[in-house]
Design a protein around this ligand. Structure first.
Ligand SMILES: Nc1ncnc2c1ncn2[C@@H]1O[C@H](COP(=O)(O)OP(=O)(O)O)[C@@H](O)[C@H]1O
Ligand SMILES: [Mg+2]
Length: 702
């Protein structure tokens, strides 16, 4: 029996109807029908148009209900106001999939949004899968399906493409055609009323015709589900995403350091990193990465060899390799000897190998094949500048001949007119040609990152014994709807309950009480204003450190009160907390904010006054794994300050990892936490203490 797999109704339909098919060449209804026919579709094709008998030689029907056959797929090219009634007929007919090319839905405003809601309702209640509305259509070159109004069918290839914008999709297709690049499947998802990037990732993951997945996205609706499927997919084949636009910032009016540092795009950057998605920042990146990954094997190490017929570009290439964190391969003695014996004496036989300006194709071929056979080489860049004797086309042929199934080669034929036939030939034969060494370096670097990703073990998440009920009492009390932000004095229990070490602290309401407490704790002490209305205590003269005796404590109490009163005459004040003074260490910040698409993110950075100036911070989406927590620490530029520099000992990085993972647990347990800062967490050679914490809840418990 015929069995439909997931979205097979779109890729293996037994019959297709085009609703709104037309014989007028200028109409979309004509273009789509013609594409379906010219695409070589083997099943039955049914144009639907009440006013025609035959279109392009196919018998026309007034309604889908008149078709004498089962109908798997329908393509809509009728005005938006007719779509829903006809979709109901399709439901009656038992249609399995629909592509609504028609625009005029959610993207046009309230009326359109209403239509789209109705459309969604109809397809959902009738088990029809829907691509669109507002799309270019869908193409499957391996199954000979072109259900789109694209102006031509792309070449067969191994790249799958998902685009949220139809217009961008046409641009990509045009670029691909100009560069001899082929696609497996090409789907424009438009308004994503039903089928979205997540469904299609699932399909492309298991699609044998697709080796590389490209996506152009403007939004991701369900961040967690996306991460889940992207993670699984990226372990099988590369996903390269160009994401445009930005989300609304996680916390709109950020009151925390973390909130103000989490730019609107941060969640996407972190999410992509955590699920192995390769992010292209520009269209150029997208193209360059696409051909690199689609045409060449993955890099196995980071040692790159350069072969060039000009010194300057060789140096540029060496710089690029270094700048992207790769290494200039050290050629083995054997290779060097072979090159020395066979190349002219003026040639450079160490990497970069300079075959000289008069090199003909055979010299390139010799050098390239020798270098590729060297164990110390993981990949090669072949640079050619078209000089007087240069055999541009023959050299391209030599490179293709030297191709290695295990080591990637990129060519950099520099120039324009003289090299165009050669670069076309290279591309046709799966050797990506880049205009400049930097581009090749960039792609090598992405390949190297992917190799690291593939070798990365499965994430390990740590679970702690925590005092959930205690935290719940505070975070879910009636008070929180009235006063959602909690300062350090109030959240001590929550953090202690989640396993943080805090400095001993006592709350004094008079200066005498403060001095007694100070004695009890032992000098020196720190004193801080305790008020529900004051969140940044230092700013209002509410913190005094290094108080060495009773007199200083008594004076500090009064000073703090006077200063705070001046700033906030109406503030409710509980008193002044007297706290153990901690020895010096390294102060770091750990925070969390909630992103609307991806949920909580955790931030890490050096604490203190520099954090917002330097913005030297790292982010991850929750839950954070052990290795991600470690990487968060290593990723910041000032990591050396933590690992030990200039004779200083390093601090306890495991204690930071532990703190990050505990915050990850806390915000997972309490989704209503919208912002949280530990600033600072003071880290010592051994252990860490949370000095100052604050958090804000909101939005209910979900
Ligand atoms: N117990 C303490 N031991 C040592 N230094 C402290 C202590 N408490 C605060 N500090 C120092 O004072 C700074 C400000 O205190 P903090 O409690 O973070 O107040 P706020 O951030 O509200 O101004 C801290 O960043 C830290 O450098
Ligand atoms: Mg602070």
């Amino acid at each position: 029996m015929y069995k439909m797999d997931r979205l097979d109704m779109f890729f293996k339909p037994r019959s297709i109807a085009i609703i709104g098919a037309s014989s007028e060449e200028k109409k979309l209804g004509y273009a789509v029908l013609k594409n379906v026919i010219d695409g070589g579709y083997k099943g039955n094709i049914y144009p639907i148009n009440p006013k025609a008998d035959y279109i392009l030689g196919y018998k026309c029907y007034k309604s889908v209900l008149d078709i004498p056959d089962d109908l798997d797929l329908v393509v809509f090219v009728i005005p938006s106001k007719f779509v829903n009634p006809v979709m109901r007929e399709c439901a009656q007919k038992g249609v399995k999939g629909a592509i609504v090319i028609t625009a005029g839905f959610k993207e046009t405003g309230l009326e359109g949004a209403k239509l789209e809601r109705e459309l969604k309702e109809i397809v959902k209640s009738n088990n029809i899968r829907l691509v669109g509305p507002n799309v270019l259509g869908l193409i499957d070159t391996h199954n000979s399906i072109n259900a789109s109004f694209a102006s031509f069918m792309p070449k067969k290839g191994n790249i799958g493409f998902i685009s949220q914008s139809g217009a961008f999709a046409t641009a990509i297709m045009d670029w691909a055609a100009a560069n001899d690049i082929g696609f497996s499947k090409f789907i424009s998802i438009g308004n994503k009323a039903d089928v979205n990037e997540i469904d299609l990732l699932e399909v492309l993951k298991d699609d044998n015709d697709t080796d590389v997945i490209l996506m152009y996205l403007e939004s991701i609706d369900n961040g967690r589900a996306f991460m889940d499927i992207a993670y699984k997919t990226s372990k099988v084949k590369p996903i390269i995403v160009l994401k445009s636009g930005t989300t609304a910032a996680g916390a709109k009016a950020a009151t925390s350091h973390t909130g103000s540092l989490a730019g609107s795009d941060q969640a996407y950057t972190s999410a992509f990193k955590q699920c192995g998605v390769i992010r292209a920042s520009t269209v150029e990146d997208l193209f360059d990465l696409a051909i690199g990954f689609a045409y060449q094997p993955l890099l196995n190490g980071n040692n790159i060899a350069i072969i060039t017929n000009a010194g300057g570009p060789g140096i540029m290439a060496s710089d690029a390799i270094e700048n992207f964190g790769l290494r200039l391969a050290t050629l083995s003695n054997d290779t060097v000897e072979e090159l020395r014996k066979n190349l002219p004496s003026a040639a450079a036989v160490y990497n970069p190998v300079d075959v000289l300006g008069d090199a003909l194709a055979d010299r390139y071929e010799f050098a390239l094949s020798k270098v590729l056979r060297d164990e110390n080489v993981d990949g090669a860049m072949v640079i050619l500048t078209p000089q007087v004797y240069t055999q541009v086309n023959e050299t391209a042929e030599s490179i293709v001949k030297a191709k290695d199934p295990k080591k990637p080669i990129f060519s950099i034929f520099m120039g324009g007119k003289t090299i165009s036939a050669a670069t076309k030939y290279l591309m046709e034969n799966s050797v990506p040609n880049y205009s400049f060494p930097e581009r090749a370096g960039f792609v090598f670097k992405s390949m190297h990152d992917r190799r690291i990703w593939l070798n990365k073990p499965e994430p390990v998440y740590r679970k702690f014994d925590t005092k959930f009920e205690l935290a719940e009492k505070s975070l879910r009390s009636e008070d929180r709807s009235r006063r959602p932000s909690l300062g350090d004095w109030e959240v001590r229990e929550v953090f202690e309950g989640y396993g943080f070490t805090l400095p001993k602290t006592l709350l004094a309401t008079t200066s005498l009480e403060a001095s007694d407490f100070a004695e009890e704790l032992g000098f020196p002490v720190v004193m801080k204003i305790a008020s529900p209305d004051i969140l940044h205590k230092t700013d209002v003269g509410g913190v005094k450190v290094g108080l060495r005796n009773k007199d200083e404590v008594i004076r500090a109490f009064d000073d703090i009160m006077i200063s705070v009163r001046r700033y906030f005459p109406d503030a409710e004040i509980w008193g002044v907390s007297v706290q153990q003074m901690l020895p010096p260490g390294k102060d770091v910040i750990i925070g969390s904010v909630k992103d609307p698409q991806f949920g909580h993110m955790i931030m890490f950075g050096l604490g203190g006054i520099y954090v917002e100036v330097l913005k030297d911070v790292s982010f991850r989406i929750v839950p954070v794994s052990e290795s991600d927590a470690m990487n968060m620490i290593r990723e910041i530029k000032s990591f050396k300050l933590l690992s030990g520099a200039r004779g200083e000992k390093g601090v306890d990085q495991n204690a930071i990892v532990d703190a990050i993972l505990r915050v990850s647990n806390l915000v997972t347990d309490f989704p209503e936490i919208v912002e949280l800062d530990i600033n600072p967490l003071r880290v010592f050679e051994e252990g860490a203490v949370a000095i100052d914490m604050r958090l804000t809840v909101g939005g209910g418990t979900e």
